[in-house]
Design a protein around this ligand. Structure first.
Ligand code: COA
Length: 394
């Protein structure tokens, strides 16, 4: 069978960052609860002129720069749970701002943090049928809980872009996967509500339960043994959750020790800095592993546990082809994290309030990537490409 999977992958995030130590101080919480208890260092915060589209376009542009034939992109799949419209796919903005061909179809997918994995499986199935085509997946989210809630330290934002193709350079997906679905109310966001409703403790228990169930399903379908997987990336709403998943996974297979701690730590390095980015979180962890571990994964198998509250989960695997290092972006990703400007807690609260009710500001006011969100006018979202602004100014 022709190998199909991820050919190129990159992430972007917002241009502002909040240190969780500052948040802990402002909330009167012991800093170690956020640092050790949740495993966090910082969280990205979008300015009022950044959103899931601006982050998605930045990641998409970088990924597309590695695609020799843009006309081969026949499908854009946009995964998010911080959707900006009930009807129109956010992917159409991506399609427009990336200048993709009109023959390319576009959809948006939703199932909490699982959406990007659904997009990946769908794209892989389509490319297996049409190996000369490619698909672009954008998974982009702003994780928002209420101010002063228990969920507040587990916010963040980010977007990943994945190019799915035949003969991929980064990850060849294997066919067997284990899945699990159950109707539960651990996390949801009713229509018209900006902040998620969450039963946090229940969501962590449900996550671990779904790991067990999807792993068992994976095994019952002939999935490989634990020992044949070099490293597993777990969905990372906050890094401690993935560490707990790793421990639980090892217990499930009767092992005392979980993953090599150095690999697990590498897989969580970016997530500790960005915070939660829902659909993108698992794939940010994959990038972190491949770029930050001092380990050659060539010809090795990686495992993936994807969880979306509500809930749907999937365990699947893929093989990393030799030479994968050549398609990574470690410098660009380091820059993406380092360029962020620190926020004070009062400024973060201002941004939070302004993002909920965006006013129309016709010019860019903040540092940003290639696209600026200007605001909402006539019930339409308006954006401006920074290159076109630069052209006008020159
Ligand atoms: N020093 C070190 N660790 C500390 C500490 C301190 N001073 N105070 C608390 N901790 C530890 C706790 O022991 C706990 O660790 P454990 O889970 O290993 O026992 C951890 O910090 C978190 O403390 P807890 O009291 O459970 O946190 P919380 O009730 O305030 O909420 C979440 C934690 C994750 C439930 C909350 O942030 C949330 O709802 N987040 C959004 C939902 C989410 O991300 N769900 C994930 C699954 S999808």
């Amino acid at each position: 069978m022709i190998p199909v999977g991820i050919d190129v992958m990159t992430f972007s995030t917002a241009h502002f960052v909040l240190d969780v130590e500052d948040l802990a101080t402002a909330r009167g919480v012991d800093f170690q609860k956020y640092r050790t208890g949740l495993g966090l260092e910082a969280m990205s915060v979008p300015s009022p002129q950044e959103d899931i589209i601006t982050m998605g376009v930045e990641a998409g542009q970088r990924a597309m720069a590695r695609v020799a034939d843009p006309a081969s992109i026949r499908f854009v799949l946009f995964a998010t749970e911080s959707s900006i419209d009930q009807s129109k796919s956010a992917g159409i903005y991506i399609h427009h701002f990336l200048g993709l061909p009109s023959s390319c179809r576009v959809i948006e997918l939703k199932q909490a943090c699982y959406g990007a994995t659904a997009a990946l499986q769908l794209a892989v199935a389509i490319i297996r049928q049409n190996p000369q085509e490619r698909a672009l997946i954008i998974a982009s989210d702003v994780a928002r809980y209420g101010l002063r809630t228990k969920g507040e330290p587990t916010q963040g934002c980010g977007a990943v872009a994945l190019i799915v193709s035949a003969h991929p350079r980064l990850l060849q997906l294997e066919e067997t996967s284990g899945t699990y679905t159950r109707h539960i109310m651990d996390f949801w966001r009713p229509n018209g509500q900006d902040e998620a409703c969450v039963d946090g403790r229940y969501s962590t228990i449900s996550y671990l339960d779904a790991l067990e169930k999807s792993w068992k399903d994976f095994q019952s379908r002939g999935g490989v043994a634990f020992e044949e997987i070099a490293c597993t990336c777990y969905h990372t709403p906050f890094p401690r959750m993935a560490e707990k998943a790793s421990t639980r996974h090892a217990k499930l297979v009767g092992r005392e020790k979980s993953l090599d701690p150095a690999l697990l730590s590498a897989a969580l390095r970016y997530n500790r800095q960005v915070g939660n980015c829902y659909t993108a979180a698992l794939y940010v962890s994959l990038l972190s592993l491949l770029e930050q571990a001092s380990h050659d994964f060539s010809d090795q198998r990686l495992g993936f546990f994807s969880y979306g509250s509500g809930c749907v989960a999937e365990f699947f695997t893929g093989i990393v082809p030799p030479g994968y290092q050549e398609v990574l972006f470690p410098e660009a990703h380091a820059h993406t994290l380092e360029r962020r400007l620190p926020l004070t807690v009062p400024r973060y609260e201002e941004f939070y309030a302004q993002s909920l009710h965006p006013t129309f500001v016709p010019t860019p006011h903040y540092p940003m990537g290639p696209l600026c969100f200007l605001g909402i006018r006539d019930q339409q979202r308006h954006y401006s490409l920074m290159s076109s602004i630069a052209q006008k100014a020159s």
